[in-house]
Design a protein around this ligand. Structure first.
Ligand SMILES: [Fe+2]
Length: 206
């Protein structure tokens, strides 16, 4: 199979996991349905997937090991393309979080700046190394997360939960949120939708 076919397979498997969110009542079910509608057709490929050596990728193997049986097929779909996904860290460096730019980041597969170009929906992976706090941040887009690996602490609007693999988390537009890992990394699928998926996430410095 070509790299591109492996990426398309990953998108398919990701969508099959998002389908599970439809079983949720309320906001998570509603957002899952909205996103799956937006992802019905994979948008045009205008960029490239090329070898990526971002320092963050050193945490991939440990992250794969922190998956659960419920997400094993998603890990199997990520593994063949993990080294060509566009891993990046998009924030300014912070003196109060030294090394954060090498400890967390994401790889956007579909989105305004992603290889598959869409102005209405984003699909990507977030990876956070062990013992790391992803500091308080917010964005206009509505964000749906699906945990692939790791039992991190998720805080949104001041409420904290530990969310294991296979669970969904919804961040409404502009809600301040953080994630905090313990001894294992966090790997999660994310989607963005809403009226503005172009404005990037920003630290709220709270
Ligand atoms: Fe977010």
């Amino acid at each position: 199979m070509s790299d591109l076919n492996f990426i398309l397979k990953l998108i398919d498997v990701a969508k099959s996991h998002l389908q599970r969110g439809k079983a949720h009542q309320g906001a998570i079910g509603d957002e899952t349905s909205r996103v799956l509608g937006l992802l019905q057709t994979v948008p045009p490929l205008t960029g490239v997937f090329s070898p990526n050596t971002h320092p963050l990728t050193r945490h991939l193997e440990a992250a794969f090991g922190a998956a659960s049986p419920a997400t094993a097929d998603l890990v199997a779909a990520i593994r063949p393309v993990a080294s060509i996904l566009p891993w990046t860290y998009g924030y300014e460096k912070r003196d109060d979080f030294p090394g954060l730019e090498n400890a967390m980041g994401w790889a956007e597969i579909i989105g305004p700046e992603a290889p598959f170009r869409s102005q209405s929906v984003c699909l990507g992976l977030t990876l956070i190394g062990p013992e790391t706090l992803y500091p308080a941040h917010a964005h206009p887009a509505v964000e749906l997360y699906y945990v692939i690996a790791g039992n991190a602490q998720w805080t949104a609007a001041g409420v904290t939960h530990t969310n294991p693999p296979g669970t969904f988390i919804l961040h409404p537009s502009e809600v301040i949120h953080t994630m905090k890992t313990g001894g294992e990394p966090l790997l999660a699928l994310y989607t963005w939708s809403g009226t503005d998926v172009k404005t990037t996430s920003y630290f709220t410095h709270e």
